[in-house]
Ligand binder design. Structure first.
Ligand SMILES: [Fe+2]
Ligand SMILES: [Fe+2]
Length: 315
């Protein structure tokens, strides 16, 4: 087990522990020569490491995707902390304690999954019910669905993140159904459960959380579309209109072309699915940014929230 986690590091501390190398850059030094910038991480977060001496030699060891034993010291640099790395060595994967590197949901995954199943009774349309059950009766799929992260970074980037995100959207949807009783709630519930199923194929999460090759090339919207349409094809007599609207919901759940959806929502359930997805993802981004930046008033600029997050005074 590690002794020094990213979230506990403080300026002035000496560091000697294992970190995952997520990324590496070789940059030019002002006075000539080069230095290395490493993105080092563990389950508690990530920190930048700088190698000033021996950069050329050490860059040969610093290959992204490796676990490295880092020696150095923590220092403050323009408002945030980083590690000045004096030495690094590669640690073989079989010597790594997985729990040190992959964060997991704070909730019990079995309880979350049981809660998800309580919503199945709402799916009164027999075709939609058959479709969802085809997924939930597939043991291998269910194992992956319970474990998959909701993202590689930014929000829900931990084991169980996808399940947590799906269940939180289902909880929110109850209010939608109360306020807008005319919506097709069985369709919305089905859309919520299936909207991100592609994520079980988009990410790997055995060593650290990262994209699969297919995930990088296709993305979970396309992967999910494919998975859902393949299952629909197995159901005899599945109505063509129902197929169209459900697949539309999978494709449009990111809401905008620039967020990766090829079309924008064209009916109310598709719109609500997008908004529920948006609310849960953004609410988590704000909360995660707040938790990761204790001790400061403003976080750095958040690329997805398009703002710096303000950390309110705690009473
Ligand atoms: Fe998504
Ligand atoms: Fe989502």
């Amino acid at each position: 087990m590690k002794k020094q986690y990213v979230s506990d590091l403080k300026a002035g501390q000496l560091v000697q522990d294992i970190f995952y190398l997520a990324n590496r850059e070789i940059r030019d030094r002002k006075g000539g020569g080069s230095f290395l910038v490493l993105e080092l991480s563990d389950r508690t977060g990530s920190i930048s490491g700088k190698v000033w001496d021996n950069a050329k030699t050490l860059s040969l060891q610093a290959i992204p995707g490796q676990f490295l034993k880092i020696s150095g010291s923590v220092r403050e640099y323009s408002g945030s902390i980083e590690i000045a790395v004096s030495d690094l060595t590669i640690i073989p994967y079989d010597q790594i304690a997985k729990d040190d590197f992959i964060p997991k949901s704070q909730y019990n995954r079995e309880e979350l999954f049981a809660e998800l199943k309580e919503y199945l009774i709402q799916i009164t349309n027999p075709f939609l019910s058959k479709l969802v059950n085809r997924f939930l009766e597939d043991k291998e799929f269910v194992e992956q669905f319970k474990l998959a992260p909701g993202a590689a970074r930014v929000h829900h980037a931990y084991l169980g993140g996808l399940l947590e995100h799906t269940v939180f959207m289902l909880r929110l949807s109850k209010t939608m159904a109360k306020v807008y009783p005319k919506i097709d709630y069985p369709l919305l519930v089905t859309g919520i459960i299936l909207h991100d199923v592609g994520k079980v194929k988009e990410y790997v999460y055995d060593k650290v959380i990262d994209h699969t090759l297919e995930g990088r090339l296709l993305g979970h919207i396309v992967q999910g579309y494919e998975m859902v349409s393949t299952q629909i094809d197995e159901i005899k007599g599945f109505p063509a209109e129902l197929r169209r609207v459900l697949l539309h919901m999978i494709l449009t759940h990111h809401g905008h072309l620039e967020f990766g959806s090829p079309k924008t929502p064209k009916f109310v359930e598709a719109f609500l699915l997008h908004m529920l997805d948006y609310i849960d993802a953004r609410a988590m981004m704000f909360q995660e940014a707040t938790e990761k930046n204790k001790g400061v008033k403003w976080t750095e600029y958040h690329q997805f929230l398009e703002t710096n997050v303000y950390i309110k005074d705690q009473e």
